[in-house]
Design a protein around this ligand. Structure first.
Ligand code: COS
Length: 382
């Protein structure tokens, strides 16, 4: 069993840490307060190859693999969870197109996502009435000559207002004949396509630098060539992409938790009560030790899932396990971090409260904890 990183993985991790620490971390708090989208920071990440870590080199990506991607996500999330989620979804979109696109689609979109020419990509699956159950979606795409006409609504779309291209799922089959997950197809919709309306940005609890909008499709016409993958084969594309996305969110949670732990250790050293540093109290030490173990357990789960993906093995259950454990873990860790900081954990002067707010969404997006348990439990029966 090999626990060390290869040269590429170590290099990506180092590069991501250096950039995230030097450029992103210093502005993370202001980004949160001002709800500023990290446009410049994303450009910097693209220049380092981090917006398409697992996209093949011939398509403009870094071709560094899922383990390197997970490590890079951890580093960026340690600096700023909002930047990390934007990076994650763009990576996901590049990977979907690289995996399922035609040659023309790959050549058209992957290099632009990787280079930062498109500041972001978006994943348009969820709807107001279809979150955990995407098979219940109502958005339709009807064929009309050599075009598809899309009508419907999407919700919780990360980077929707900034994306150059949005992967959109819509029902292409008759609801009666092809119910649920059957009869769903996937389309690539470019920004500015007539009939695509971007809703107002959601006012979120955390990851406030990221952009989250609803999308309305009102007779939005895209060419036949916008179909991604097989007709009616969209649900499997979504599930495959989400498996990978769950490693990304797990890594995001680990990055946030690391920041919370490191800042707690520093605070426990600096803060004195009863004539000694907090660190010398066993109650503090126990909290810090539990945080460290929890983070490491999550990291091992995430690395295993990424390793399986890298080696072309089945990793759906392991990705769900990593996502479930890490995102529940980050709640515990961030809560402890606030507790260690005492009153200072409750004000904006310290980052502990931001980490707690940023962490909260991770048990919800890319499949709730409840959905992960469904995936894990079903795998026990198969
Ligand atoms: N990879 C590839 N295919 C998969 C898959 C996976 N991980 N999981 C399921 N499928 C396939 C199944 O094999 C099945 O195909 P067949 O009809 O050919 O047998 C099909 O997809 C439907 O699978 P299933 O019956 O399990 O689908 P369900 O509707 O019961 O949904 C869950 C299963 C709940 C796991 C799924 O809907 C899900 O992940 N929901 C959460 C969605 C989500 O994460 N949304 C957040 C979006 S980002 S904010």
């Amino acid at each position: 069993m090999e626990f060390s990183l290869n040269e590429t993985q170590a290099m990506v991790q180092k590069m991501a840490r250096e950039y995230a620490t030097r450029v992103i971390a210093p502005v993370a708090s202001a980004m949160d307060r001002l709800e500023r989208f990290p446009r410049a920071e994303l450009k910097g990440l693209a220049e380092l190859g981090l917006m398409a870590v697992n996209v093949p080199v011939e398509l403009g990506g870094a071709g560094a693999g899922p383990v390197a991607y997970a490590l890079a996500m951890q580093e960026v999330a340690r600096a700023c969870a909002a930047t990390a989620v934007t990076m994650a979804v763009t990576n996901m979109v590049g990977e979907i197109i690289a995996a399922f696109g035609t040659d023309t689609q790959k050549k058209k979109y992957c290099p632009r996502l990787a280079s930062g020419e498109f500041v972001a990509g978006s994943f348009g699956l969820s709807e107001p009435e279809a979150g955990s159950d995407p098979g219940g979606m109502r958005t339709t795409a009807i064929e009309d000559g050599d075009e598809w006409v899309i009508n419907g609504q999407k919700q919780w779309i990360t980077s929707g207002a900034y994306a150059g291209v949005i992967v959109v799922w819509a029902r292409t089959g008759d609801r009666e004949k092809l119910p649920g997950h059957r009869g769903i197809s996937c389309f690539l919709v470019e920004a500015g396509t007539p009939g695509l309306k971007i809703g107002k940005a959601e006012d979120k609890m955390g990851i406030r630098g990221s952009n989250t909008v609803g999308l309305t499709f009102d007779d939005c016409r895209v060419p036949s060539s916008a179909l991604l993958g097989q007709l009616h084969g969209g649900f499997k594309i979504a599930m495959t992409a989400l498996d990978g996305g769950r490693i990304g969110v797990s890594s995001q949670a680990i990055g946030i938790a690391r920041a919370a732990l490191e800042e707690s250790v520093q605070y426990a050293r600096d803060r004195r009560q009863f004539d000694k540093p907090l660190f010398e109290f066993q109650a503090t030490q126990h909290k810090l030790a539990d945080m460290q173990v929890d983070i490491d357990a999550s990291h091992l789960l995430a690395m295993r899932a990424a390793w399986l993906k890298e080696h072309g093995r089945s990793f759906s259950r392991e990705a769900s396990m990593a996502k479930l454990y890490s995102t529940e873990m980050v709640q515990r860790v961030c809560n402890k971090a606030v507790q260690i900081h005492g009153g200072y954990g409750y004000i904006r002067e310290f980052a502990a409260e931001r980490h707690l707010r940023d962490a909260r969404v991770t048990t919800i997006y890319e499949g709730t904890s409840e959905v992960q348990r469904i995936v894990i439990a079903r795998s026990l029966l198969s």
